[in-house]
Design a binder for this molecule. Structure first.
Ligand code: NAD
Ligand code: WQD
Length: 342
């Protein structure tokens, strides 16, 4: 490993960032976070401290504001690498407010790259998404599949983000990895941290747990007439702690000088497509709670089916997800119960 051991995690108070900080600390890294708290609360740092015994500092700045990071850059000169999670992520909201998404996600990325240039930080891990593949027919999808049109400005910020990173690293003394997550869900096994957005939950698993606990009277299955075995959409759900560990492995890979190209990409999923109705069934089984749902219209922009080929992450990063769909749903349910204190 390189001598530098300190990792900057942008968006470290958010869902995936906070779980990744736990994994980084447990694998010997020092970490600080940069998070504007636009979709999170600093309280999450207490959960991280309880799990790891380490106090983590968060610098509350908006990375999309040009130069907002300069004062911190001078205080943190010895950064080994950056894991860039900070972004807005609500697909539907991005259709309504595209400029906010371009400003925050693209503007924020440009400022992070400026910071890396200024402080000569060599390595970057970027949070990308299966959304870059758009409506692909090539399943299970591999990393070399082309970018197809994606249905939202959010998705385009991920496609553009990857292109910007490729261009930047082509002329920079450093290396970069883009991790394309499929559908992250679940919580740390301690349930001291989990998904706690400031905005209302929109993703299937938190919608399910909120329905089970009674925060919602019922939920809607968006479309049951897709060309899939039971008519509902198929996705590849992956435990957030398995996603978190992939960041530690990817960063180590770069710090150990094992990547020769300036940019590379890896899919992170379970290689298993599960339908919405199958997920609801599995949740009812693991929680013992019947879910009140209605079969509704398709949600605009949804594709019928997507799941990952993850051979590359397994072969090159030595990554192996260790948690099942049941583990995802159990931890998500335990987290919901403890948040709602019942
Ligand atoms: P999250 O909203 O929980 O975390 C993002 C964090 O970034 C938040 O704490 C937010 O306050 C912070 N942030 C946003 N804009 C900022 C800015 N300009 N400056 C500083 N901080 C800022 O989201 P998450 O689910 O943890 O997602 C993390 C990353 O992973 C995002 O880039 C997201 O697009 C990507 N991703 C998420 C999913 C998913 O389903 N959760 C799937 C694929 C990719
Ligand atoms: C999963 C399935 C819904 C809620 C999104 C982004 C993607 C990536 C992951 C960031 C779909 C169905 C959902 C509900 C439902 N994020 N559903 N009722 O849309 O696969 O992916 O998160 O990069 O870019 O698009 O995730 O959890 O919203 O939906 O029936 O109340 O559950 O239609 O089939 P999605 P999701």
């Amino acid at each position: 490993m390189s001598k530098r051991n300190k990792v900057m995690v942008t968006g470290g108070c958010g869902y995936i960032g906070s779980h990744t900080i736990v994994d980084l600390i447990q694998n010997g890294f020092d970490v600080f976070s940069v998070d504007s708290l636009i979709n999170s609360k600093e309280e999450v740092l207490k959960g991280i401290e309880e799990i790891t015994g380490k106090k983590i500092e968060n610098y509350k700045i908006d990375l999309s504001v040009p130069g907002s990071w300069k004062a911190i850059a001078d205080r943190e000169p010895e950064i080994a690498g950056v894991i860039h999670f900070a972004a807005l992520k609500a697909v539907g909201e991005s259709v309504k407010f595209p400029l906010d998404y371009y400003k925050n996600n693209i503007g924020g990325l440009l400022e992070v790259l400026e910071w890396m240039k200024y402080s000569k930080i060599p390595d970057l891990i970027f949070s990308s998404s299966c959304t870059v593949y758009g409506n692909t027919n090539d399943l299970p999808v591999k990393e070399d599949a082309e970018f197809r049109p994606t249905s939202s400005p959010y998705g385009r910020t991920k496609q553009m983000g990857e292109l910007i990173i490729q261009d930047f690293f082509a002329g920079f003394e450093g290396k970069s990895i883009s991790l394309r997550y499929f559908n992250p869900a679940g919580a740390h096994e301690s349930v001291l941290i989990g998904e706690a957005p400031s905005n209302p939950a929109l993703n299937l698993v938190p919608v399910l747990t909120e329905t089970a606990i009674g925060k919602r009277k019922s939920m809607t299955v968006f479309g049951t007439d897709y060309p899939t075995p039971d008519g509902s959409c198929v996705r590849d759900y992956i435990h957030v702690m398995d996603i978190a560990h992939a960041h530690t492995l990817a960063l180590r890979h770069l710090l150990d000088g094992k990547q020769h190209s300036s940019f590379d990409t890896y899919n992170l999923g379970m290689e298993k497509g599960m339908s919405v109705l199958e997920v609801i069934n599995a949740f009812e089984r693991v929680s013992g709670i019947p879910i009140d749902f209605i079969r509704g219209e398709r949600r605009p922009g949804d594709i019928a089916e997507i799941y990952a080929n993850t051979r590359k992450a397994k072969d090159i990063l030595n990554w192996m997800p260790t948690r099942s769909l049941d583990d995802i749903l159990k931890t998500a349910w335990e987290w919901e119960k403890q948040r709602s204190k019942i």
